[in-house]
Design a protein around this ligand. Structure first.
Ligand SMILES: [Mg+2]
Length: 234
């Protein structure tokens, strides 16, 4: 056995960009608008509208803390989407069916290494908690991708009432995993939310750069989750 640092008792994980990816939504939105409404928009128009929706969502996602809040948030997101589509279409896009079209355009997939890495960590007895700036629907997303049964917990900023980089959401994750900060690592793809947030809570951060990219001085950087689960030989 190579001489390696002891494996952490718990691994905290970001969701988007770490466990799951969002498929490019503009082509899906185009086809949903064509199929559901008979409306034709260009790829650029669809991309602009979805970008406006995502910006609104990111600023307001914590309003989706329960099913009623989530439904209201989704209607506002669809309204933002509609306003950002070409003028003249709004009258043809009823809000409730547009919510369905929007949701059908936002398709998440698990990264190919996600399941195997979580399974390997579980086999080693490590506890796994997702810490994500997301609305309450993340649990359903991870369940649909068959990741949820591999996790000890899923904490969303909307339900916790604190978003990364706030220490509160990391502290709740540690409590859920029943470990101290020195027994955990946190893996995520955002310097501002994941690395800074974990550090502020006393947890060692691991930056995941799935597309590669230069290393960040002073931050342990990996390009896949399997590197996190299998420590490099010393
Ligand atoms: Mg992320």
């Amino acid at each position: 056995m190579p001489d390696t640092a002891p494996a952490p008792a718990a691994i905290l994980l970001d969701a988007l960009g770490t466990l799951v990816a969002l498929e490019p939504p503009a082509p899906h939105l185009r086809s949903e608008l064509a199929t559901r409404f008979g409306v034709d928009v260009s790829e650029a128009e669809a991309a602009r509208a979805i970008a406006a929706e995502i910006a609104y969502y990111r600023a307001h996602l914590d309003e989706g803390r329960d099913s009623a809040g989530l439904a209201a948030l989704r209607r506002r997101c669809a309204d933002v989407l509609r306003s950002a589509l070409p003028e003249g279409l709004a009258g043809r896009l009823e809000l409730d069916p547009l919510v369905d079209a929007l949701l059908a355009s936002l398709r998440f997939r698990a990264y190919p290494d996600a399941r195997s890495a979580l399974q390997a960590a579980r086999a080693r007895g490590q506890r796994l908690v997702v810490v994500s700036n997301w609305d309450v629907s993340l649990v359903g997303v991870l369940r649909g991708l068959e990741l949820e049964p591999l996790l000890n917990g899923i904490l969303t900023s909307a339900v916790v009432g604190a978003r990364k980089p706030a220490a509160a959401i990391f502290e709740q994750a540690l409590a859920l995993a029943r470990v101290g900060p020195d027994q955990a690592i946190h893996v995520g793809d955002s310097l501002a939310e994941d690395v800074a947030g974990a550090r502020a809570a006393g947890i060692e951060p691991v930056l995941i750069r799935r597309g590669g990219g230069p290393p960040v001085p002073g931050v342990r950087t990996v390009s896949s989750l399997s590197e996190v689960i299998t420590p490099a030989p010393a």
